[in-house]
Design a protein. Structure first.
Length: 135
């Protein structure tokens, strides 16, 4: 018995807050954000893609490589050197044969794009694409 003012209450009379549904909701949100964050791939740099009238779409699961306007190469949200591209692509292709999408800035030099494509081919890539914006 608990005394409240001039009256006594049993423990069974005390209000309870059931937090189990709230905990379930928090876990569902946590799982949702974990799953959705792994589906989004980024290259680590903002690139202005060239425009092409024949642009098409490609499957979501692909290896993304960005070439910035100054020729620097980005992969997995970090800047990588040209020799590292071959090793990273080979490692990714070992698990599964994925298409490669090179996102080159419209101001980048063709030489940088061709060098990245060569490194991808030397790593064993068979499906290499260049990202563009549809006209």
């Amino acid at each position: 018995m608990i005394r409240i003012g001039a009256r006594y209450m049993d423990r069974s009379d005390t209000p309870e807050i059931n937090i189990v549904p709230m905990i379930d909701l928090v876990f569902f949100l946590l799982i949702f954000f974990l799953v959705s964050s792994t589906l989004i791939q980024e290259t680590g740099v903002e690139v202005r893609r060239p425009v092409a009238a024949t642009a098409g779409s490609i499957q979501d699961s692909s290896i993304l490589i960005a070439v910035a306007a100054d020729g620097t190469v980005y992969m997995d949200n970090r800047q990588v050197g040209l020799p590292a591209v071959r090793a990273l692509v080979r490692e990714r292709l070992r698990a599964r044969d994925l298409p490669i999408v090179i996102i080159a800035d419209r101001e980048s030099r063709t030489r940088s794009l061709v060098e990245v494509m060569d490194e991808c081919r030397l790593a064993g890539a068979r499906n290499i694409n260049v990202a563009t914006e549809k006209k």
